[in-house]
Design a protein around this ligand. Sequence first.
Ligand code: ADP
Ligand code: MG
Length: 349
Amino acid sequence: MSENKKNLTELSELGEFLLINKLTAPNITRNASTLKSIGDDCAVINYASDQKTVITNDLLVEGIHFNLQYSPLKYVGYKAVVVNLSDVYAMNAKPEQILVSVAVSNRFSVEALEELYKGIYEACEEYKVDLIGGDTTSSKLGMFLSITAIGKAPIEKIVYRNTANNKDLICVTGDLGASYMGLQVLEREKKIAIETQTQPNWDEKDYLLQRQLRPEARKDIIELFAEKNIIPTSMIDISDGLSSEIMHICNLSKTGAVIYEERLPIHQQTKDAANEMNLIPTTAAMNGGEDYELLFTIPLSEHDKIKDLDQISVIGHIAQQKEGINIIAIDGTPVPITAQGWNALLNEE
Ligand code: ADP
Ligand code: MG
């Protein structure tokens, strides 16, 4: 490590302006809506007059939201962008711009920040969004990463959380719990690595690790909705776990819900890892979080449009508020769902 460090450039050697120049040198503009990108006091964007603007921000703190002991900086950059884009897709909107602000301590080298930006640029390429600005500053301890995503949608297509209706079908995309089990694998490997003084060994192709370290947002589903003429009645992305997201939709829509345990989409690797670690796969799916799948509702009359799509599972239906929010266990017992999503504030050590 100390050997390597000699070849790395200290941040103080470059200074803020040269650093920004270096980090933003590979930047390109893809969207016509980006009129002015990096390089002035503000960026300028322009959406067609029939479009509304959606905007969201996430602040990620080293040691709380990402752990550089097992996540390469390139993946941190990629994931930080993806989690923001996921919020834009959850509005049924199309993201076109991001802003990235970083604060770093002098522990980080110029090369480390370039790795972070490699991941950011990879996500921009994958999701066809433009990096249009940000800010760069120093921190006393660790890395802070704040990302803003901006997107567009016609007003009639924007989908909120508070508009689910009684009897709507509850649907999720992809599968749930894999990212949480990926985190458990990483924690276990880290412990072994510390005890045996070896580098953790994991295969980056492993599905669970990919879901945790380099997740994707469901751009494809928003495109599918457009193609099939589907406008969900409500939608949210699954960042904190299905339990807390279904509670958000129900509480805001003033409804109840029924979810069937047997219908939860859980990947075989998730089940295997959970069984190996004496965890219950359903718990990983309900409370794990960081799946970045979409949870949405559609009217019963729209069932035909989605019933043959293997990336969408119908897991239950919206009920009246007085019926509560329940999961029907495999043995038929109803169990009330309580919020056990990741609460960033409670998770602090
Ligand atoms: P200001 O003094 O107006 O804050 P800066 O010198 O911080 O300007 O930034 C110059 C340009 O570089 C601006 O367009 C800004 O948005 C962009 N920028 C600064 N830091 C970053 C960053 N970390 N990532 C992307 N763009 C950045
Ligand atoms: Mg600045």
